[in-house]
Design a protein. Structure first.
Length: 264
């Protein structure tokens, strides 16, 4: 491809300042739709430029979103993981992010047990509401001590399958190490995973926002995380534009071959 025009070079530099990276798909957009690239660069950079979260925290949020099983965008994960390390993130902090993304797999269970309870009631099968056993009460106390709340899905799992709730509680146990994520950071990561459109979980999102407010997390930080979750939509361009460029190159090569009479 030809060298960039002064206008294109200025747009590229502005994008890199706003987003911190330059990739083949951004190169393609620069040439095919520079107005959209400029608009996305301003939009994508707004949260980081105006929000209160540190650059490291922003990169950890992106690591969570790209590494989530609902998205699994490897190139973005590799990019933001390296940027997080550059911003001072520790390996343990990144492992904590992956741990929280793993726990995201519980969302279907937690939504489903609520629906099952409702449908059983509709069928005339009422849930067991007898007094909790000492063992069940002990499990409840541990959960409340760690999270400061008691969502309805916890009550439903504890009563319907206390053995499952026990292993679930162990999975959720706070295993913070000295250089791992603090509780506030964990909450923001979990909030992002529940808010992202690739796995939108309104029930879990409400739980995480309530926890964030109880932890004293400023509403500006919550809004910034919500804004950042929408950025994954641009991965349609990140994957699609390079494919378009390859297809156009293949077509151009085929046309050139046909004009030259094709292979002898």
């Amino acid at each position: 491809m030809s060298d960039l025009t002064p206008e294109q070079q200025a747009l590229k530099e502005a994008y890199v300042r706003a987003r911190g990276y330059w990739r083949p798909w951004t190169e393609g957009l620069l040439r095919f739709d520079p107005e959209f690239l400029q608009a996305y660069g301003k939009y994508g950079g707004y949260a980081a430029e105006t929000g209160p979260l540190s650059r490291k925290m922003c990169e950890l949020v992106y690591v969570a979103l790209d590494g989530s099983s609902t998205h699994l965008f490897r190139s973005g994960l590799a990019l933001h993981l390296r940027l997080a390390l550059q911003e001072g993130a520790t390996a343990r902090e990144i492992i904590d992010v992956f741990r929280l993304a793993t726990i995201q797999g519980l969302d279907g269970c937690n939504v489903g047990i609520g629906i099952l309870t409702e449908e059983l009631a509709s069928a005339g099968i009422q849930a067991d509401r007898v007094e909790l056993t000492k063992e069940q009460q002990a499990l409840r106390d541990v959960y409340v001590a760690q999270f400061g709340d008691w969502p309805e899905f916890c009550e439903q799992w504890l009563r319907s399958d206390p053995g499952y709730f026990a292993v679930l509680l162990d999975l959720l146990a706070d295993r913070r190490a000295g250089d791992g994520l603090d509780r506030r950071s964990q909450c923001l990561i979990s909030l992002a995973l529940n808010a992202c459109f690739t796995a939108l979980n309104p029930q879990g999102l409400r739980v995480q926002i309530k926890r964030a407010l109880r932890l004293g997390i400023d509403q500006r930080e919550i809004r910034q995380v919500l804004q950042m979750t929408a950025h994954l939509g641009v991965h349609a361009c990140a994957i699609g534009v390079p494919v378009l460029m390859e297809a156009l190159e293949e077509r151009s090569a085929k046309v050139g071959s046909d004009e030259n009479g094709g292979p002898e």
